[in-house]
Design a protein around this ligand. Sequence first.
Ligand code: TYD
Ligand code: MG
Length: 493
Amino acid sequence: MNKASPALYFIFVARQRTDKVTFLCSECGDTFSRWEGRCPACGAWNTLAEFAVPAIAKTKEPRRSVRTESAPQELASISVDSSPRRLSGIGEFNRVLGDGLVPGSVILLAGDPGIGKSTLLLQVAAAFAQQAPPVVYVSGEESALQVRLRAERLGTPGNGIYFLPETNIVTVLEHLEKASPTVVIIDSIQTMASPDLPGGAGSVAQVRECARLFIEWAKSSQVPVLLTGHVTKEGNVAGPRVLEHMVDVVLYMEGDPLTSFRLLRGVKNRFGSTNEVGVFEMRETGLVEVLEPSRLLLSGRRENSVGSAVVSVLEGARPLLVEIQGLTNPTVFPAPRRTGNGVEFQRLLMVVAVLSRRLGLSLATQDVLVNVVGGLKVNEPAADLGMALAITSSLRDESVHPTLVALGEIGLGGELRPVPQIRRRLVEAARLGFDRAIVPSNSGSEDVEVPGIEVSAVSDVRQALRLGLSQAKRPSGRSGSEEMEAAHLGGGS
Ligand code: TYD
Ligand code: MG
């Protein structure tokens, strides 16, 4: 082998390296033996690309685990105190992690570009650097000056945070070995690349291999590593989903970039529950924890406004009160338009269909717009009734009672179906001063007896709308036709 020319040697190594070709989905990371236009695993289009499997696993010497002491141990004999978690000092972040960072854990923070991942992690870095420096912040995206300026904006001097602008993972790991940090931040995993692999940074193979190396390093050094990952729309850069099964914790940062509300959602957590959601507001000075999200979401609500209903949705384990707005307007198009902002479009179509067909509301000539305030996304069927109330209120120009909260899934027959964890939602509503609620009649009676809130249990959407709208103070100057429609709502269709 030693006598072979460099070119022959290269071919030999290359053949050894890439002996098998598969097709890899850049969305979910699944592999297939042949190309298809649509990924059979996740259903994404045009995401399969040819990928030569690096034969790292095929070298003569089997790869060994980093940890050598791998004798079986009785569970009961393992000390639970041996892994103290590090608390970040940012309460909402700790809440989602399930009480701080576990030593040697790898956390993936995913989200759309520009949503605030780097901002949050710089704040986290500052919090940890204050308690236990040094924290190493590796960025393949921004220059030292950019990050320094951001730190300035966040009001942190940056003491104890060591910035490394580097994309070569071998160099990064060398520096990490030397620096012995307490926490490592990699922003982002898609900019890291290993020189041992073909293909540029961001390819599925590179992203996976770099993540694997960081995971190995984290486990052997017992230092927690936080990775950021952009959600990508095109297939040429691997999305964070290809890493979800490898890392210990996956957090998603969500929110409408045009509004300041940000949700940090745990979707996987090997050390705690994924039921927690952290709420932040993006301000000039960075992300600020929101301790009373419902109050913030409802702060701009006008009393007695037409086309506005409040629902109580569950974000993880936490109930949030959100305002759903509806607007109907005579259409100028041959077919009326339906627009949903923050609600699932199919559910909006279903609610509109039920209102037209079961209640006889004349929506066929109206454009219908539904908006969830604060850029929040409400995917729960429990919000159906709120949507129906907001639309009907706008159509009839009648306001919904200002301190009413509406809960219920609407069935195609116009029936109201129960919603899970109703008590929790009502307790939160009562705490925020809501004194009336409309709930589905088949909810458990002990679940809906909440002090301070008068609950009306109804079995169908017609009754619910009659109650929700008639309890309100009616704006003056209602037309005769609206009176008729109101009567129509009350009687049979
Ligand atoms: P960033 O953390 O860079 O997003 P990501 O890393 O997810 O791509 O945040 C980008 C946005 O946040 C940018 O539009 C500016 C805004 N921002 C603030 O509003 N306030 C701040 O203090 C900072 C640092 C950023
Ligand atoms: Mg960033």
